[in-house]
Write a protein that binds this ligand. Sequence first.
Ligand code: F6P
Length: 323
Amino acid sequence: MKRIAVLTSGGDAPGMNAAIRAIVRTGLDKGWEMFGVHNGYSGLISGEIAPLGARDVGGIIQKGGTMLGSARCREFETEEGRRKALAQMEQQGIGGLIVIGGNGSQTGAYELSRMGFPVVGVASTIDNDLYGSDITIGVQTAMDVALEAIDRLKVTASSHHRAFLLEVMGRKCGYLALMAGIAGGAEAIMIPEQKTDPEKVAADLRKAYDNGKAHAIIVVAEGAQNNADGMAQYFQIHRERLGFELRVTKLGHVQRGGSPGSFDRILGTQLGAAATEAMEKGNKGVLMGTIKGEIAATPLDVVVNNKKDLDLRLLELAKVLAT
Ligand code: F6P
C-alpha cells in the first residue's frame, strides 16, 4: 500500500484546504494511506507527519488558510535540511509527497525531486506569479477582497473628493493590482512590471477631477517601484504644488484571509485530484496547474527556470478606460 503525504508551504492561499481535501480523499479512494505534514517544509524536517482520514478533512472546503499550517523554511533551502526531511519520510514509510504552494515551495519540491524522491506540486499562491499555471489557487478570492476594498474606497472618495491609494499584495508581480484595478475602475494602476512616474500619476488624478469624476483611486502593487510608502511620501513632500491629499490603505494580509470563493474551491479540488492521478501514473517531478483552461502537468525544472509574463496590454486598456 502506498503512503503519500501532503504539505502546504509559503504564504497560505484560500482554496488550499479544498486541495488538501481532494488529495486525501482521492488518495484514499486509490487505496493509499494518506498523511499530512504540519507547518510546511519545517514540519517535514522535524517529522510533524500524521495520518489523515476522510473525516479529518471534513468541513474545511469553505475555510481560508490551510488546516495543515504553513511556514517559510530557510533550512530546507540547504541540502542538509532536505536530507533530514528525506530521513523523516523514510522513517514513516512515505513514498511520495504532494506540495501545495507557490514559487519558493515548488523550488523546494524541485530540489527534493532532483534527489530522487517522487514529488508532485500543486500551483497555489495569491500572487499568480507561478510559471506552469495560468491561474493559481487563491488568486480569485484575493482579487475579490481587493475589489471590495476598491469599491468601498470609491464610496468614501466620492463623498470627500479625495484621492485614495490602495496597496495590494503580489510580491514582485503586478497581476493582482492590475486585475483588481481594472475590475474596480481605478484611475491609475502601478505595477512592478512598468515604471510609473509619481508626477504622471498626480497629473492623472488631477485630470480625473477636472473631467468631473467624483473620485480618484490608485491601485498599487506592493512590489512597484513607488509603492504605498513611496507615493505617500511623494504626495506629502509635494502637497502644496499637487493641490490635493492622498489617503493610503495597505490591504496586506487581509487579502489572504478570505473564505475561498467557488472558483478557488473548484480549482483546488481539480488540481488536488490531478496531483494524486499524476502520482499514481508515476508522473513525478511535475507541477499541476491550468493552461488555457485545461489541467496540465509542467515539469518542475521548467516551472522554476521560467518567469510568467504579465499581459501589459491590459495596463494600456486600463489607462484608456480611466478617462
Ligand atoms: O506570496 C504570497 C504573499 O502574500 C505575497 O503577496 C507577500 O509579498 C508575501 O506572501 C508576504 O509574506 P509573509 O506572509 O511571509 O509576510
